[in-house]
Design a protein around this ligand. Structure first.
Ligand code: AMP
Ligand code: ZN
Ligand code: ZN
Length: 420
């Protein structure tokens, strides 16, 4: 009996010591100086979905914190955008110029969905926030955020998880809560947690954002979030956690009538390669470039750009190693491809001009460091890097963000938790 009591006392003492160690740091910061932030990305969660569905959790987040409509970087696809949020850089500069691209230096197409490609040295550029944070003494636990399962610049988050769609959103919430209770493998309470839901992207691709079929998925996400916000209260640092819920890009409705197949329109003898996707990439002989642009621009609903003269607002085209010399950008909701036979499709997709409202997403932020009930003007999602650095109290690495675009969302001098 005595032995059991001793063991219990020892256990209690250990967990108190562990908690002090988790919270305390050797760089002079005390437990009270520690900042915590948890950011969730819900793939393709378009800005207007909460207005069309029953989303009480997101609605209450909006009431108690900051809400903004954010817009993606070009191209409005999953990996370029998640990695821009993580690095504060435009895709040209962080190197993930699309989900797939032809890399001249390796001489073949590479895909973000192939581990053997993403593990190639030099595949990723920039300094992702989990590395910025850990280099400055913070702890990061990253759950399936694109780019986090690979060593970048010789570093990785303390804890990371490779992507799989198997765990339910409730199980993912449990993972985050366990981390914030100090129950992860390293026994630390992380300063930064980033997690990821692959919906509503998949359901919107299949049925299109205008369909009612997407509604149950949106409402399921909201109920998983309700569960998460209930459970996270168990964390001993709950009062000091700042929460962000956002997405990488929106979604546009497609139609079989809005379809263009470029096959047969260009002189194939001048085409070195076609890289499918949005934008559609075509590598043509330099002397054929102007002719190709002219031919494509006559078609309508698509626009051809030479890599070196893309619209400035997209900050795209300087990455000559990974971007073809000709890019074809469809109007919002149009499909353009270079295919052997016509494959018109409906449903939904993204990758269009980030300034089209269909590509815009939600941004919710709440916690002690945010204003309450504040509507923040729209900003580009790469500024989330600066928001995270500010929340963590760390120096940002070189980035393309603009502090003025996001600084108004923070509560002045407020350090106390939101008493909901
Ligand atoms: P897309 O719609 O082509 O931009 O890609 C979105 C899809 O990427 C999601 O539905 C996920 O299934 C998938 N995905 C997200 N993160 C990862 C990852 N880290 N590795 C592989 N696939 C991923
Ligand atoms: Zn996406
Ligand atoms: Zn998608």
């Amino acid at each position: 009996m005595k032995r059991i009591i001793t063991a219990v006392i020892l256990l209690l003492a250990c967990s108190t010591a562990a908690r002090a160690q988790q919270a305390g740091r050797c760089d002079g910061r005390t437990a009270d100086d520690e900042h915590y932030v948890i950011i969730l990305s819900m793939d393709a969660f378009r800005w207007d979905l909460p207005q069309r569905c029953h989303t009480p959790t997101l609605d209450s987040l909006r009431r108690v914190g900051v809400f903004a409509e954010t817009y993606p970087v070009f191209p409005a696809n999953t990996f370029p955008n998640h990695y821009s949020m993580a690095t504060g850089l435009h895709p040209d500069r962080h190197n993930i110029v699309n989900n797939g691209f032809y890399d001249r230096s390796v001489g073949r197409e590479m895909s973000v969905f192939k581990h053997s490609d993403t593990a190639t040295p030099g595949f990723w550029g920039g300094d992702p926030i989990w590395n910025t944070a850990e280099r400055q003494g913070r702890t990061a636990h990253i759950y399936m955020w694109p780019g986090s399962d690979i060593e970048i610049g010789g570093r990785q988050a303390s804890i990371w998880t490779r992507y799989t769609d198997e765990p339910s959103y409730f199980e993912r919430a449990d993972w985050v809560v366990a981390s914030m209770c100090g129950e992860a493998a390293d026994g630390r309470i992380p300063n930064l947690v980033m997690w990821y839901f692959e919906e509503p992207d998949a359901v919107m691709h299949e049925y299109g954002p205008d369909s009612d079929e997407i509604i149950p998925t949106i409402e399921h996400i909201d109920s998983a979030l309700a569960y998460f916000f209930r459970e996270i209260r168990r964390s001993p640092v709950f009062d000091r956690i700042n929460f962000i819920v956002t997405a990488d890009h929106g979604m546009a409705q497609l139609s079989k009538e809005r379809y263009i197949n470029l096959n047969g329109t260009l002189d194939e003898r001048h085409i070195a390669r076609v890289v499918s996707g949005r934008p559609l990439g075509i590598e043509v002989d330099e002397e054929y470039l102007d002719t190709a642009v002219e031919i494509i621009d006559r078609i309508g609903h698509i626009k051809a750009y030479k890599r070196d003269s893309m619209p400035e607002k997209w900050h795209y085209g300087t990455n000559r190693n990974r971007i073809t010399n000709l890019l074809v950008v469809p109007d919002n909701g149009w499909t353009v491809e270079y295919a052997d036979c016509d494959k018109p499709r409906d449903g939904g997709t993204h990758g269009f001009d980030p300034f089209e409202r269909d590509m815009h997403t939600v941004f919710y932020a709440s916690g002690p460091m945010f204003r309450k009930g504040y509507e923040q003007r729209s900003f580009q999602n790469l500024n989330i890097y600066l928001v995270l650095c500010h929340l963590l109290g760390i120096e940002p690495s070189p980035n393309d963000g603009c502090w003025e675009d996001v600084c108004d969302m923070f509560a002045e001098g407020e350090t106390q938790p939101d008493a909901e």
